[in-house]
Design a protein around this ligand. Structure first.
Ligand code: GDP
Ligand code: IMO
Ligand code: MG
Length: 424
């Protein structure tokens, strides 16, 4: 029996998971997503082209890899169809290589409307969701009202659908959310996309993964979002609605904890966050603007400007602990190339006391980051092709992080392209 290696975001998402999954895929036979849905936007760049994946695993660009949309995911048939059509137009045909778990849940058109309605009702306390219906779809799953992918094959599917929509309409009305002119158009596109979904291999994902492992196949799991957006351990309530952490792999794919092998924890050399919620090291000055511009920190799904700040080791240590990270991957180091100084938050000061622990509620009291300052490396890292070419200051930065975090940094990414990846 082989093991499952897991790659997870350690910050607030958009760490560069898609790029690294694509880079690692040639070592694997199967790539699986286990949670989230089209709130994800995973960017992959090679041969001068850029692709953004939402629900499809980032293993699909390697011709022989099998890919699974796992049990723990939520799927919007309309966005799935769009994604597949775009890939087809780019010459990627996934026939026979893409499997969808029948236990994954469906995002209904009314889930998207509910997402918008709940956000509007929250006013200035809104989460800043991606608007894809993620929260309402997972809510229905947990409250045992959801519809699963396997249900689309039932003869009574339309009836079951109508029952759910009736409930959703009651909530929308209670929130005074005007929706009737949108729903008919959304529904016709949705049912057309459900027909499209039927052409895929809808399977029992848990049997699929366990059989692959028994056959000795190498399996890589791709996280979406990040640990600080996890519904249980993230900066609640400013989180997504799934478990994004290693623990979620077992429930999201139907595999026992004993099969988990390497846990690759991926982080940016700085921090970003999109949407609302606390962010201790956020920069509200020209340095933050420069990180945003140099890192092109605009959401791959919604185009929203991402908030930027210095690297936060309090948060990173917490994420490493929760996920049992065995190897670190540092992304977007090149974005800091031009700075005279680079800062790293090593502790928080809360009510005059220093702590290295991530607090229960980041918003309850002002959190003042305690920084360590490093000399900038002032070198164009995007041209570097091996570790031996790293400037001294950058080496010092890496060594400091490894010492503080107690886990080796095995991959350093110095640009968005596949080739701009240094294995150590
Ligand atoms: P994901 O959601 O974790 O897959 O990350 P996203 O794709 O949303 O965001 C990462 C962005 O950074 C994408 O636009 C990538 O093309 C880009 N990127 C990835 N690695 C690097 C890197 O090392 N340097 C730079 N400059 N950009 C990178
Ligand atoms: P990837 O996989 C960054 C954020 C949203 C919002 C919160 C809840 O590309 O890293 P949701 O729509 O999930 O209910 O929104 O979570 N969020 C992400 N931020 N990257 C993502 O995915 C995200 N998916 C959700 O901005 O703050
Ligand atoms: Mg993303």
């Amino acid at each position: 029996m082989s093991r499952i290696d897991v790659l997870l975001g350690l910050q607030w998402g958009d760490e560069g998971k898609g790029k690294i999954v694509d880079c690692l895929t040639s070592n694997y036979d199967v790539v699986c997503r286990f949670q989230g849905g089209p709130n994800a936007g995973h960017t992959i760049e090679f041969d001068g082209k850029k692709y953004v994946l939402r629900s499809v695993p980032s293993g699909i660009f390697q011709p022989y890899t099998l890919n699974l949309i796992g049990n723990g995911m939520v799927i919007d048939p309309v966005l799935f169809k769009q994604e597949l059509e775009e890939l087809n137009q780019s010459g990627y045909n996934l026939d026979g290589r893409l499997f969808i778990s029948k236990k994954a849940h469906l995002i209904l058109p009314t889930h998207r409307l509910l997402d918008a309605a709940y956000e509007a009702a929250k006013g200035d306390r809104k989460i800043g969701t991606t608007g894809k219906g993620i929260g309402p779809a997972y809510t229905d799953k947990i409250s045992r009202n959801g519809l699963r992918v396997g249900n689309i094959l039932d003869s009574k599917f339309e009836k079951k659908y109508a029952e759910r929509v009736k409930k959703h309409e009651c909530i929308l009305k209670s929130l005074n959310f005007e929706y009737s002119d949108q729903l008919t158009a959304l529904e016709s596109a949705w049912f057309e996309a459900v027909e499209f979904l039927k052409h895929f291999q809808l399977i029992d994902g848990e049997y699929f993964v366990n059989e692959q492992l028994k056959a000795g196949k190498r399996v890589l799991v791709e996280g979406a979002q990040g640990t600080l957006l996890d519904v249980s351990y993230g900066s609640y309530p400013y989180v997504t609605s799934s478990n994004t952490i290693t623990g979620g792999v077992c429930t999201g794919l139907g595999v026992p904890p004993s099969v988990i092998g390497e846990v690759y924890g991926i982080f940016k050399a700085y921090c970003t966050r999109v949407g609302a919620g606390p962010f201790p090291t956020e920069l509200f000055n020209e340095i933050g603007d420069e990180i945003c511009q140099r890192g092109q920190e605009f959401g791959s799904v919604t185009g929203r400007k991402r908030r930027c700040g210095w690297l936060d080791l309090v948060a990173l240590r917490y994420s490493i602990m929760i996920n049992g990270v065995t190897q670190l991957i540092m992304m977007k180091s090149d974005v800091l190339d031009t700075f005279d100084e680079v800062k790293v938050c090593v502790a928080y000061r809360i009510r005059g006391k220093e702590t290295e622990n991530f607090p229960f509620d980041l918003e309850a009291q002002p959190v003042v980051p305690v920084y360590e300052t490093f000399s900038g490396w002032k070198t164009d890292l995007t041209k570097v092709t091996s570790e031996s070419e790293f400037p001294v200051e950058f080496r010092k930065y890496i060594l400091f992080l490894e010492k503080e975090l107690g886990v080796p940094i095995k991959i350093v990414s110095v640009g968005p392209d596949r080739k701009q990846t240094i294995f150590r």
